[in-house]
Design a protein around this ligand. Structure first.
Ligand code: SAM
Length: 286
């Protein structure tokens, strides 16, 4: 008994703060508004607190968990459930296309907080893929519990101190809002921070056209890596990014700091810089 209790001890390295308060678990499950016909993908089911609460709402729940101990526990306790599939895998390596290609899917989870950004980026990549490739998984919404401060950052707009890299990517592809604030007491062990459940819904059309996603990301990252500096300084000497001084009629733009640029302005800046990058090749061909 003692041994099995110890072996299931929460691992800090995997962000294991389990939902433990039944009132909050039910409240969160209801806030997600899952419908019977929805296919749901849960990231990090852990011991199954949310999984159990969601099962009455959906006929198709796929749960992806990295910790073998949790997978065994879930299979032992819920393995026979006809509506549940448990997969032992790192979500960051999970092939969503192979598992759910072409299907509409709602992604949920009480995320491991130390890798929130990586998981979010992974899902945003998948949302982008879904917008252009009908054979990719079609994520219809993404409802996750994360650190409240991160939620506020992700959902903030230009002009605010919280506005940053993730707000730009999310703002480009999704609309989002906070569904619930959740206190540390809802978890075991208690996290040191407040939490919030947010919902992101992919827009039918992104807020701006981004042809070269990798280059766009490079520009946004470089700009925010030195957020106190004007763009003419922060974008200088970035590998693969042309000297911004090469842009025409951009004096006012280059004197601004990244937190003042809207998503379409970032898209426009990246497109113009990208065109500058292509220019020498054009000339060489002529
Ligand atoms: N959903 C459960 C709950 O609410 O009680 C557990 C939430 S706990 C905050 C995060 C869960 O994500 C843990 O079970 C952890 O093992 C799992 N996890 C951590 N990193 C993961 C990854 N890369 N892929 C899949 N699951 C992961």
């Amino acid at each position: 008994m003692e041994k099995s209790y110890k072996s299931m001890a929460p691992k800090k390295s995997l962000g294991q703060n389990f939902l433990s308060d039944p009132w909050w678990i039910e409240r969160i499950a209801r806030a997600l508004e899952i419908q019977e016909e929805d296919c749901v993908l849960e990231i990090g089911p852990g011991k199954g607190a949310l999984t159990r609460a969601l099962l009455p709402y959906t006929r198709d729940l796929l749960a992806v968990e990295i910790d073998q101990r949790m997978v065994e526990l879930l299979k032992a306790e819920l393995g026979g459930h006809p509506n549940l599939r448990v997969i032992h895998e790192d979500f960051l390596r999970f092939d969503l296309g192979a598992a759910l290609g072409g299907r509409r899917v709602r992604v949920v989870g009480n995320l491991p907080y130390h890798i929130t950004s990586s998981i979010l980026m992974r899902v945003l990549e998948e949302i982008r893929r879904g917008q252009t490739d009908p054979a990719a998984a079609q994520i219809t919404d993404f409802a996750i519990m994360i650190q409240k401060e991160v939620a506020q950052r992700i959902l903030s707009g230009p002009g605010s101190r919280e506005y940053g890299i993730l707000s730009v990517y999310v703002g480009l592809l999704c609309e989002g809002r906070i569904l619930l604030d959740v206190p540390p007491g809802a978890f075991f062990p208690k996290p040191k921070v407040d939490s919030a459940v947010i919902r992101l819904r992919p827009l039918a059309t992104p807020r701006a056209e981004v042809k070269d996603w990798d280059f766009f990301r490079r520009v946004v990252r470089a700009a925010f890596n030195q957020r106190r500096k004007m763009l003419r300084r922060s974008l200088l000497n970035i590998p693969g990014v042309p000297n911004p001084e090469g842009l025409e009629n951009a004096d006012e733009l280059l004197s601004r700091r990244p937190e003042t640029l809207s998503v379409p302005e970032f898209a426009d800046l990246a497109a113009r810089l990208g065109a500058l990058r292509a220019a020498p090749d054009e000339e060489a061909r002529l």
